[in-house]
Ligand binder design. Sequence first.
Ligand code: PMP
Length: 389
Amino acid sequence: MISRRSSRIPESSTVAIADLAARMRRDGHEVVDFSAGRAAEHSPDVVCETAIAAMRQGRTHQTEARGLPEYLEAVADKLERVNNIELDARENVIATLGCKQGLVLSLLSVIDAGDEVIIEDPCFVSYAPTIELFGAVPVIVATDSSSRYCWSEAALEAAVTEKTRAILFCSPHNPAGTVHTRDDLQAISRVALRHELTVIADEIYEAVAWGGRKHCPIYTMPGMAERTIGLMGMTKTYSMGGWRIGYAYAAPRYIESMTKMQQHLMTCASSFGQIAAAKALQADVIEQMLPLWQDWEARCEYVSHNLDAHEMLNVAMPEGGFYAWVDIGRTGLKSQEFCTRLVQEKHVATVPGISFGPGCDAYIRITCVRSWDELRNGVQRITDFVDGL
Ligand code: PMP
């Protein structure tokens, strides 16, 4: 009684491991959860207060499918101020229920059954299942540490067929931490332009690039504004994952199509969520977030530096995002076995690399933006675990 479409896809391994950690905690274990991609902090007070006030004022009804004008304006202002992207709030932006839903709307607008979408290995766990749910085919093009997990033009070119419709990639990258430079983006832009492909850019971590780096949206590359759908949102950097609020920006033809889908699928993003997110995108609130984001950089440094010091582990400081991508190859364990034993024996939940792509079985992913106490405790337990192998 269940569709083949649903039966074929696996459950999300990051969500599954976070659930396991929660169950172990309920059973009385003191679990350090480095698995789910969420910070220790809660949503900013000013954002919560704005939502509460909006609800009290009766702003609890559906909005236009594309979003509240004040939210779309706030998004357009922020894109111009922070990301150097100039666009029209009335044509180029849509409110989404988080970045994942932005991806759903993008894919529904761009692909038909049987089409191919190029994705990275490693990549975010939900890309391939989402593409498959729509009857399309994810085509994996591998990357590795030798090229900072950036595609070469030749590798991308070789993957394009007459069925290719889109290239989906992420920067700052989950899980590998790459922040693509303009040079890095040339390969993707050139292949997309040559074959008239759409590029879906998952930019959910755009606010958190480290070492003085700055996120470069592929939308700003020559010729790419016409064919890029950018996905951003509040989930990660504002610790607003439970609000389900984000935004997509793109040329009007994409936004019109996505709006039509939104009318039928979800109606709209939450009204008070949009009002609160508009507040979060104001310059003064972003200013208030900066000390926290700087502390996240220090947490990423702490985890990567201390684990890299172990002779069996190899970890580079991420260029952006908030994960440590840990090479466990020298332990001799495959990623699933490493993570299962680590959570069972030391009660530390992490994500096996194999969840992010077939080429990543020698890696695990650790979320670095947990509290300092959890980091110290968890890093010690991981070190003890590896010592005991
Ligand atoms: N894209 C990437 C790369 C992510 O890491 C995540 C969250 N794990 C998402 C999308 C999902 O974002 P949201 O919760 O806003 O849907």
